[in-house]
Design a binder for this molecule. Sequence first.
Ligand SMILES: [Cu+2]
Length: 158
Amino acid sequence: MKPSLAARLAALALATLATTAFAHDYQLGAIEIGHPWARATVPGQSVGGGYVKLSNGGTADRLVGASSPAAVRVELHTHEMGADGVARMRQVQAIDLPAKSAVELKPGGLHLMLIDLKAPLAEGARVPVTLRFERAGETTVELAVEAVTPAAPMQHQH
Ligand SMILES: [Cu+2]
């Protein structure tokens, strides 16, 4: 028996969904919010990192805040090398998005820090996060939770 057209269309739609789940993008005014994701956490872990690529096709803007129902609060963080040669996270008040530029929030660099998680971030889950920009306003995106992978090796000064 030949699969019906409806069945084939359904299969196609599923394939499209799978692709979309892997790389999903959002648009807010001139800002493209590319593939927001978070690293899965283990039970007992109280914080989680969120990452996204922000491409600004318009005039200069700034990411000034974020929030999520999955965490008590969300901070903007950067990694910095301390005088002792140990990399540490530091909270920043805003992340600059110069005109016509892209800024990537990624492990080992700028990131969203979900603080006091209400539940572990499970692989495959989607976690809503609202991003607030100074000019563009705010929008809610979903972080795709991906498997725990070893962190990028930290650079140490000797
Ligand atoms: Cu952090």
